[in-house]
Design a protein around this ligand. Sequence first.
Ligand code: HEC
Length: 129
Amino acid sequence: MKKILGLALIAISLASCGKKEEKKEEVLYPETALSAEEQLISNGKELFESNKAACASCHLADKKVIGPSIKDIAKIYKEQNASIFDFLRQKSEPIVDPSQYEVMKTNFAIIKSFSDEEIKSLEAYMLSL
Ligand code: HEC
């Protein structure tokens, strides 16, 4: 009888322990979690500014340097309902500044090595500005 009671107590304490854990997660997550879209944009920003992609060396958020600003690119792509993803996969022609396309083209060697998920994140980041 004592044994059974002891086991029951352990079971109860384990069960309530589990519940506590669950509750903690419920409370913590909504404050810190990013939506899938926010996460994609955040990954894109990181990659855009990384040494690996180096996009930021030619594209600033709102000022033209070597390449058009990200905001100008995003504006034109939204207006024309065009796909940055397709452009980065070399499936569509340049529409922002075709006269400077040769400069942008030098990046495709690196961009080719990016996964679809990475390209999607770059696109999401650029369109978010
Ligand atoms: C060496 C400078 C340079 C780097 C690095 C660079 N770009 Fe560009 N990019 C340009 C220039 C110049 C243009 C304008 C020519 C054009 O419109 O294709 C351009 C244009 C673009 C466009 C608009 C294309 C269009 O439709 O005309 C996109 C989108 C873009 N770049 C994305 C990127 C991304 C993403 C990266 C990083 C992987 C990157 N660029 C890295 C110079 C660069």
